[in-house]
Design a protein around this ligand. Sequence first.
Ligand code: NAD
Length: 480
Amino acid sequence: MKHTHDSLFIGGRWQLPIGTRRIEVYSASTEEPLGSVPEAGEGDIDRAVAAAREAFDDPSGWASWSPDRRGEALERFATALAKRGEQFARLVSGQNGMPISIGRMSEAVSGQLLVPYFAGLARSAPAEETRASLVGGSTVVRREPVGVVAAIVPWNFPQTLTFFKLAPALAAGCTVVVKPAPETVLDAFLLAEAVAEAELPPGVVNIVPAGREAGASLVRHPGVDKVAFTGSTETGRKIAEECGRLLRPVTLELGGKSAAIVLDDADLAGQLTAFFSATLLNNGQTCYLGTRVLAPRSRYGSVVDILTGLASSLQVGDPLDDATQIGPLVSRRQRDRVEDYIAKGIAEGARLTTGGGRPAGLDRGWFVQPTVFADVDNSATIAREEIFGPVLSVIAYDDVDEAVAIANDSDYGLAGSVWTADPERGLAVARRVRTGTIGVNGYALDPGSPFGGVKASGMGRELGPEGLTAFQQLKSVYLP
Ligand code: NAD
């Protein structure tokens, strides 16, 4: 079925775009056209920001509502999202190649989980607190919504990463302009349908499907109060520069090159499902994956054998098939990028133990075989740069101090994992890794706790109560 849209969701209604440019979306697994939508131009972005601005500035509007009143509207929104769960999963899988089993655990449910969670937090956390002033009298400390939010999201988990921003922003009383990535715009129209069905007030959520130029104009738009971005480190730097110039608050969730530290007592063969999720989930197109596998030299050969066996046994194929574990990459460009990295790995002397090419029998679609490199030095390009494909590099270490040093020797610091028979030992190692998040014997992202990175992996945190405060501004009112 082809999905064709002719209007944009701005100001609570479907409006014809100002320009005539369109975004064509292709299936990652068949390379066939999947749909087509209007591309929002600068004029549309102006209209979207103006609608969000008007909704935010309305003295009796969304921002002025009590958390309870907003919570009721957000409950309707969650219901409208829940009805569409399976559609979200299927649309995302079709566009970006995500295995449907993963789409059902993420894209289908993120909105219906996060919207009520943040609405509940906003209801339970007092917006005002009165303190005794140190100099006499009292002070009312208020948490006010930060204003109009530009939410710029990538294609790898388009719905989940939208809701990391949209759910807390709405709960805090902000209004939002969402800019999805051009590779995954169809699910954003389904999101708009849910906003409309829930009858959120006009302008509270606006959606502008567009590419990088429009994204840049949204970032610098004078009507925007805060930018929340997920995507590449390269783009994150540009956005940070612009927000620095404008002194505009920004949160950045960027790339990663995390370490999966296998300790010498780990039963890796008994943990393959969890290890797969922590290192290869979503065809390797997940920012938090531990794609540098650190293995003790005493057990190096056996770790390489186990990972080689895992990668070569994965079911590669149609992302809409329930049994598929690895689907295609999102685009031809992304496959080219991943293949370039594989070539560089070989050229720099790493030893390919499985994969490295395109899977047999899959002539259509942007597939790459799950690939394992052994004998990788941490200074190699494939150990330094984010590949964003199903490619693991196994690096040897002598003792735990060296493992921690290698884990920390990275420009990035988003995630990681420690694998061990002794969870206490795992926690002790996890404490020493310079990273925003890390798992022991798995990596199960907890939406109730802060998520984000250090170093080139970003600034600020999403999720948890901290993810709500990222959309609030503090104000102190001094009383006599
Ligand atoms: P990207 O950073 O170019 O794009 C992400 C989003 O930002 C998209 O919506 C895009 O249209 C928008 N954008 C691009 N340039 C912009 C600008 N100057 N100002 C404002 N918005 C802009 O990422 P990509 O091209 O989709 O992917 C490239 C690489 O990024 C991937 O190979 C991967 O390494 C990394 N990536 C990381 C994550 C993550 O979750 N950390 C997600 C997707 C991609």
